[in-house]
Design a protein around this ligand. Structure first.
Ligand code: ATP
Length: 266
């Protein structure tokens, strides 16, 4: 087993190292697939360029996502290994705040992985977890991976699906099925980010608590008010903003080249 963290709080990248440790620990519990570590690394690279913060544009996407989940008649939160390892508690809170169901849906459905994820969600307070074992009995034929196996009570029947850290294949299939697709993806260039109805370009670790508090806040609104929020949102604008912010930050930093000072030397 991987030993606990020993990273000092003063380490400039302490938070990022702790997140990596959480993911590698969950490779050992069977929750995270090895490919999940690669996907995380790709996300981290974009986060570095973004400046590791929630931008105001991402915040607008979060608000719109919360409104869309509250408006949906059958919302489902699709859970994969990385999200379960990083945000189990917030997934359960978001399900409660928005009235959504939780469903395990995996690219690599290795034996025991779905029940390991279910256990993590139940430990975090989930009462019902769809998509585990034989419950994932329906098929979405357009999808090529194990992700095609869905629960008829969940993703198959859903009108809105929250798909954090998704692959483009399934985001496209779900859109073709006329579902509202809400993604969290640090890479605005990915097929998922491009094809989702609402893309939150932010680290899932930062976005999830904000999504929970927005769902709790917006619960008091009327349906028309929620609709106004959703219809004011443009995914095209959100992705343009994310790309522009990355471009601007790189431009500013490129003027300096070296932007991290070496302290402690005369
Ligand atoms: P696509 O098929 O959509 O073009 P991909 O092949 O990059 O994308 P995956 O390898 O499944 O898809 O990667 C999942 C996506 O999740 C990546 O685009 C990555 O940027 C993003 N990602 C990984 N970790 C995080 C995180 N912690 N927060 C937000 N996004 C993340």
């Amino acid at each position: 087993m991987t030993r606990g963290t020993h990273v000092s709080d003063r380490h400039p990248r302490a938070e990022s190292i702790r997140i990596r440790e959480r993911l590698t620990k969950h490779v050992e519990t069977g929750v995270v697939a090895l490919a999940g570590l690669i996907a995380h690394g790709r996300g981290e690279a974009f986060d570095y360029i973004l400046g590791e913060r929630t931008t105001s544009s991402a915040m607008r996407a979060i608000t719109s996502a919360a409104a869309a989940l509250l408006l949906a008649r059958r919302p489902v939160l699709s859970v994969n290994g990385n999200v379960a390892a990083l945000c189990a508690k917030e997934l359960v809170e978001l399900a409660e705040a928005s009235g959504a169901k939780l469903e395990v849906n995996l690219f690599h459905r290795l034996p025991g992985r779905d029940s390991a994820i279910e256990e993590l969600l139940r430990d975090a307070g989930a009462e019902e977890v769809l998509g585990v074992g034989d419950a994932a009995s329906a098929r979405i034929d357009e999808v090529n991976s194990d992700r095609r196996r869905v629960d008829p009570r969940g993703i198959l029947a859903a009108d809105a699906v929250f798909v954090p850290l998704e692959d483009g294949d399934r985001a496209e299939a779900l859109r073709r099925m006329d579902k509202t697709v809400i993604a969290v993806d640090l890479n605005p260039l990915s097929r998922t980010a491009q094809l989702a109805s609402i893309t939150i370009v932010d680290n899932v670790v930062r976005a999830m608590p904000l999504l929970v508090s927005e769902a709790e806040r917006l619960r008091a609104l009327r349906v028309e008010e929620l609709r106004t929020i959703v219809s004011a949102f443009s995914n095209r604008d959100a992705l343009s903003d994310a790309m522009r912010l990355m471009e601007e930050r790189l431009h500013t930093l490129s003027e300096k080249g070296v932007y991290i000072e070496l302290h402690g030397r005369e």
